[in-house]
Design a protein around this ligand. Sequence first.
Ligand SMILES: [Zn+2]
Length: 216
Amino acid sequence: MKSVILPVGSTEQHGPHLPLGTDSLIAQRLCEALAAELKIDSVPVLKYGVSFEHADFPGTISIQPETLLRTVKGICESLLERYQRVIIINTHGGNTATLRNLKNEKTTFIDLFDSLIEIIADIRETEIGGICHACEIETSLMLYLEPSLVRREKITDEIVKYVTPLDPQSERQLPDGWKTINYSKSGVIGDPRKATPQKGEKIFKALIREIIKSIK
Ligand SMILES: [Zn+2]
């Protein structure tokens, strides 16, 4: 069965130290590495998603959930003219609810966060609250994948540790319709000061292993 990987990211603020295309870059690199590992094809990343939670910060571009769904479905239809299966890999939490149901015999949906939860417990150094957005994990991944795009001098002290419901390892519920601006002045939610390229490499390689397991 000939499969192809479709990365889905976002264009949104990632605090003062990470680029707007952080999710898209992580998605693209992850899918290229997965495709090489599995000896299948990957296609260019879809760089727009549902990012209304970051709308108060400049640079964020959002599309409506139904637009995202229609676009991804359309890309899948097109790809299925040449391939038997499309593996969608999403790296932006705001897209998850919209894309989660795109699972059928020809389409597989994989969300980064499902695999992350398994991985980060052993790797993280922050307490619950240190991981959410432009945080320990995302900053580590960027320091590993594209260090020239990380403004290290802008990594701020603003740790939003009290927002524990937004940490993937928190047992508390994510409040519906949450907005970043209500939690963070800088746009960072979590503790990027604990980020290192070594950690990024560990996370990236572990993600590849976990995702391959879930595809097979
Ligand atoms: Zn992100």
